[in-house]
Design a protein around this ligand. Structure first.
Ligand code: HEC
Length: 125
């Protein structure tokens, strides 16, 4: 009898964990073509470790799917500046962002396109 209870509890636990992961915030992926594919790749290489897959943010950096990074508040230029000169922490508590010298200008151009497309696909503007 007891073993059945234990098994039932384990099953309940597994199902609820599976359910919780399923419910991770649904981020709409924009239709990707050309430059956006390159942007997504470069973003994955240089930025996603901190800013998260699909710009969702991590424990090391802020999400870009946030109104703070709306193009009206952070113009495209600020993404180049961040990668070239780094960022002094001011909006969040993650600490400073170090420069990302390995990201090329061409990659940054595509990264910004990808972030804007993500923001648009998720209703930020
Ligand atoms: C090692 C972690 C890390 C990586 C890698 C990283 N960032 Fe950041 N980023 C941060 C943190 C931390 C902040 C600071 C947030 C704050 O407090 O304002 C930040 C802020 C920014 C900002 C906001 C700048 C501003 O003016 O407020 C932009 C834009 C940005 N990052 C772009 C990028 C891009 C583009 C890449 C990839 C080329 C990248 N980041 C890679 C951690 C990171």
């Amino acid at each position: 009898m007891r073993i059945i209870l234990v098994l039932a509890a384990a099953l309940y636990f597994i199902i609820s964990v599976a359910h919780a992961t399923e419910k991770a915030p649904p981020i709409a992926e924009p239709k990707l073509s050309g430059k956006l594919v390159l942007g997504k790749l470069a973003f994955g290489t240089h930025c996603a470790a901190c800013h998260g897959k699909q710009g969702a943010g991590t424990d090391y950096g802020p999400p870009f799917l946030h109104r703070i990074y709306h193009p009206g508040h952070h113009a495209d230029e600020s993404f180049f500046r961040a990668a070239r000169s780094g960022v002094r922490a001011h909006h969040w508590k993650f600490g400073d962002m170090q420069p990302v010298p390995k990201a090329t200008d061409a990659q940054l151009q595509n990264i910004v396109k990808y972030i804007r497309a993500l923001q648009q696909a998720n209703g930020l503007f």
